[in-house]
Structures are given as C-alpha cells and as structure tokens.
Design a binder for this molecule. Structure first.
Ligand code: GLU
Length: 583
C-alpha cells in the first residue's frame, strides 16, 4: 500500500484532530493536549540513539534523563515505573505486579522476568466464594481479599542486578522530587477520580484523603504532592527490595489487607518476605522473516499473540487494507481460535501443565488455521495441541482495563518492554504509604471446578493468576532488535498487541500509525469495533459474514518503539496521555 494512502486511511478513519502538536516535551501548557473526545494527537517520534515511550510525559522525560546520564534500559525503567506510580497511580506501581523483557544487545541475550503477584499461602480455590457461590466481581475486588503479594519491586531489583549501570538509589530521585515538589494531575487521572472508574474509590480512609481532599475529587491540572510516597521511595532506594518486603512497609501492607473493612484478605508477613521475582524463558516463534518474542506463563499474552500471528502467517494479510472486512474477518477468526486455547490451557505453569511448546507449534497452528473460512466460525473450540492435558475446563476471569506499558531502547541498543498493573483502575482501592495495592487475584477463575473437573486458573496457595499482559519484542533474522511493544487493556491486550505488530510487519505502517489504527478485537465472542472510527462503519459487512458485532470504546495504551534503517521511531497511544521521545 502506498504510504500516502495508508496515512489518509488512518486519519480519515478516526476522529482525531489534524492540528498536531509538534513538541509535547517543551511546552508545559502542551503537556496534556486536548483530551476532549478520548484521543489526543500523537506524531511519530524520531531519534538516532535512544528512546522512551510511556503513558505519561513526566515518566518519559525522567526515563530519558537517566539514559542521558549513562543509564541502561533497566535503569531508565526503574525511574519510569516510580514516576508512573506517582503520576498514574490508578494504573500501576509498587503495590502491583509486572512482566518484562530485557534485550542485552552486546551479548544478544533476551531475558524475561515474572514479577506477577502471588496468592497468599492461606488462600485456596474458595477465595472468591461465599455461601458456596462465586462472589460478585465488584465486591471481590475492593479491600484486602484480592490483594496478591506485589512483585514490581522484586522484579526491578532482579533486572537491575543483572543489567543496571547506575546505582539503584539514584533511580528514585526523580520520583522523590516530584512527590515532594508536586506534579500536575493528568486529564486521565482527573477523569478517573471524578468518574470513580473504580466505584470503591474512596471507601478507605487513606485513599479518600488522598484523592478527595476536603471531600472534593482532585481535578486535572491541580498540582499534587505525595510526601508519604516520597518517604516510601526513600526507604526502598536506601534499603533495596528488602526495604519493601520486610520491615515497616511490609507490616503496613499486611495490616491494611487484614484490616480492610468488609473484605479483609489473607496476606501474611511470610508471604511478603518469601516473594521472589522469577527469570523465565521467553516464548519465541518465527513469523515470516522475523522472530517474535513474548512472555510465557503465568501470562497468556506471549502464547496467544504468537498463535494469532502464526494462524495468519499464510493468509497474505498484506494484500488487504488494514481496515477492511477481509482483514478484520481473518484477524477475528485467528483471535477466536487463539482465545479458545487460552481459556482452556493457559495458567501458572508452576502449578498446572501448560503445553507451551505445543501451543505455539507451527504444524499444530497450520492445521488449526484451516478452520478459518469465509464466514464467522461461531464459538471456537480449544484444539488439542501436542502434549496437552485436554481435560482442563475453560473458565473466564474478567480482567478489567487499567494497567500501563512502557518501551525503552538505550544508547547501547539494549531494550526493555514492561507491562505493569495493579489490575482494576485504582486496584483494590486500599492505599498504604502513598501507593495503592493491587486486586490482581481477581484474575484467577472464581470457580474452582466446572462439570466436576478442575479449572486450570483456579486459586491455589502461592500461585500466580493468569494474565493477558503481553510485553513483546520483534527481531530480524540476524537477531537485531526491531520492535518493542505492549499495552494495557485487560484481556483485550492480546488483540491490541497482535494488531499493532501486524500493522508494522504486514501493512507497512509506521509505529504511530499502527498504534493509532482503529481497533478490532475478538476474544472468542463478538467482534468489537472501535466506536467513532472508520472500523465501526464495517459493522454491517461483518454481520453479513455472520459476525456478532459490538461497536464500543476500546481503550488500549500501546507504547512502542521500532528501529528502521534511519534510526528509532516511537509511538504513543492517542487514547491515553503519554509520549514517545528520544534523542
Ligand atoms: N490484570 C490484567 C492482566 O494481568 C491486566 C489488566 C489491564 O490491562 O487492565 O492481564
């Protein structure tokens, strides 16, 4: 497709303003351009040496400063995460968990790290049941019950020990100063507080006092400080991860979980002290001339994104426009097949047998791709991948959209891709020492059994709930890093990431175009089309093919970087308020 046509297609297909801002970083006033109808204008960022793309300009800028000082991708990432915790507290932070990929360019080694929350040792399959019935999701999430042992701090420390260049304590300075001196509340955070995106927000006293000072929601544009969080960060900066998992902070976390009114949890000091982030083997597959790599269990993200792409590998998607009935039909059918396998087989592989190799096996997926025909396939059934225990029962866990993703490439060409989450917006709504605790355990299946068979993703003591988070990297044949990408979006993450990768790899879009491209999503149910975009106009044509179509808001937060022959290019999701910048 000709470039000019591509651009026209994307611009005419969305409702974004054409009056692009040229620099988001310099002008304070332009820090958050018009938020209005849910999209802000974003232009492709270009750089020669290094780049950061994250969900908030404060975090992007702080990350760049660290790289400028000689920091590596993980050094920048620690700063980015701490700043995000402060300025985007509704989405991620030290009270939550994360998955990440680190590309060590000099040694050409890709590592992946699991900082997922763990269930307390006292929890079991009945955690989300009351009087023999599954709890209401909204009642389960608030308070202590759904709080898993947070994994972010342990994971960052582990990656820093392996790949950090600057001292650990230095990486907290930016977030500490911002917490003490004040930062501007973003339109996203302001709107999330005002609209109580999480209905339980404000139920607990500390949270109420922070987000509703004098009884009023803090508005976008307000300068806010968080001195308690600054103290917390100083402690972790000084003592390392043990300052979080042991001692005062751990005691306060456990206390808050146990004391949470109406809905206490089971977290103990031993659960905190015993938490470990785990380095795991990344999950990789060849896709045409590329190698695509993601994170393995306990997230379903890596395997499911790979399945979608492999199921489409022989369909010559490039012959169709990205926003055409043909592309959306093919994509949705591949997604249906992949989500069917996800529902049945994917969970924490330390507890259940997940046939990782079988699920991404080329021959298995070639056979399965034959199920994609001209009309919608209806409900896809899980397949029988090599070495799978096919007795597992599928069960849903209703992940909700909050979370954040950032991508980094440093001066040496090392890359970092991290998706970080406290699960629901504002997590459990329990705030301790200036940060929010997650409700990630609601990502488990609430049912322990179905039709007399165990559910793979049931709660078990010490287990990590299945995730959809999909930090990804793409390499060329010679193992050169080509792309760093990921997104929030609950279980839709997988669709967002797969579609953006296809945008670049198949439709030859630049990374900003691929991110901005209106969404089409299928999770083995309806085909969801992003409202107010050109995609929504394809509803009837898809219905004629048998699709059940739902036109709706599809709120991703894709932040990515690609390497082209001319240097680095970055994109930030127009559906959020972040930025991609580099030098
Ligand atoms: N809790 C979800 C997961 O781990 C992510 C939620 C989100 O993206 O909003 O997959």
């Amino acid at each position: 497709m000709k470039n000019s046509n591509k651009l026209l297609l994307i611009l005419s297909s969305t409702f974004i303003s054409l009056s692009f801002v040229t620099s988001i970083v310099d002008a304070k006033e332009a820090r958050y351009p018009e938020f209005g109808n849910g999209r802000i204008p974003q232009v492709l960022a270009k750089a020669n040496e290094y780049m950061v793309s994250s969900a908030n300009p404060y975090a992007t800028e702080a990350g760049l400063r660290i790289i400028e000082k000689g920091g590596s991708a993980i050094d920048a990432a620690i700063t980015v995460q701490m700043v995000l915790n402060l300025v985007e507290p509704e989405s991620s932070g030290i009270g939550g968990g994360a998955f990440s990929l680190y590309w060590d360019k000099a040694n050409k080694i890709l590592s992946s790290y699991d900082g997922r929350e763990k269930a307390p040792m006292l929890a079991d399959g009945k955690l989300f049941q009351e009087n023999g019935k599954n709890m209401n999701w909204w009642e389960a999430l608030a308070g202590g019950r759904a709080v898993g042992v947070p994994g972010v701090v342990a994971m960052l420390e582990k990656v820093h020990k392996a790949h950090g260049k600057l001292p650990w304590a230095d990486l907290f300075e930016d977030a500490i100063s911002l917490a003490e001196d004040g930062f501007e509340i973003s339109p996203k955070l302001g709107a999330s507080i005002l609209n109580k995106t999480n209905p339980a927000l404000g139920r607990y006293e500390d949270t109420w006092e922070y987000f509703f000072p004098n009884g009023e929601p803090i508005a976008a544009g307000t300068i806010q400080t968080n001195p308690e969080f600054a103290m917390t960060l100083k402690r972790i900066a000084f003592l390392g991860a043990k300052g979080f998992y042991k001692g005062e902070i751990a005691m306060d976390i456990v206390e808050a979980v146990k004391q949470a009114e109406d809905n206490p949890g089971l977290l103990s000091l031993a659960d905190m002290a015993n938490y470990e982030a785990i380095e795991r083997a990344p999950v990789c597959a060849d896709y045409k001339a590329y190698k695509i790599c993601g994170m393995g269990p306990p997230t379903s993200g890596g395997m499911t994104v790979i399945q979608i792409l492999k199921l489409l590998e022989d369909k010559n998607l490039a012959q169709y426009e990205p926003l055409s009935v043909e592309s959306i039909h093919l994509f949705s059918q591949a997604a249906k097949l992949a989500y069917a396998d996800r529902g049945k087989y994917m969970a924490d592989a330390d507890f259940v047998n997940v046939p990782v190799e079988g699920l991404i096996d080329g021959d298995y997926l070639k056979e399965r791709a034959k199920l994609i025909v001209n009309n919608d396939m209806g409900d896809a059934k899980a397949g029988a991948p090599p070495n799978a225990d096919t007795n597992w029962k599928d069960a849903k866990s209703p992940e909700q959209p909050s979370t954040t993703h950032f991508s980094i490439i440093d001066k040496e060409g090392n890359g970092f891709s991290m998706t970080s989450s406290i699960e629901m917006a504002f997590g459990s709504t329990v705030m301790v020492r200036g940060f929010l605790l997650n409700n990630q355990l609601t990502d488990f299946s609430f049912s322990e059994e179905k039709d007399g068979e165990k559910v793979a993703n049931r709660v078990q003591p010490g287990k990590r709930p299945r995730s959809s988070m999909s930090p990804f990297m793409v390499f060329d044949k010679d193992d050169n890093l080509m792309m760093v990408i990921g997104s929030p979006g609950g279980s839709r993450i997988i669709n967002y990431v797969a579609k953006t990768m296809l945008g670049v790899l198949e439709w030859n879009l630049d990374i900003q175009e691929a991110i901005s491209l209106p969404h089409f999503v299928n999770r083995n149910g309806s085909t969801d089309l992003e409202q107010n975009t050109y995609a929504a106009g394809l509803k009837e044509a898809l219905e004629a093919k048998g699709h059940k179509v739902s036109v709706r808001d599809l709120n991703s937060g894709l932040h990515g970087i690609i390497r082209t022959k001319d240097g680095l290019e970055g994109g930030a999701d127009p559906r959020r308020v972040g930025s991609a910048l580099g030098k």
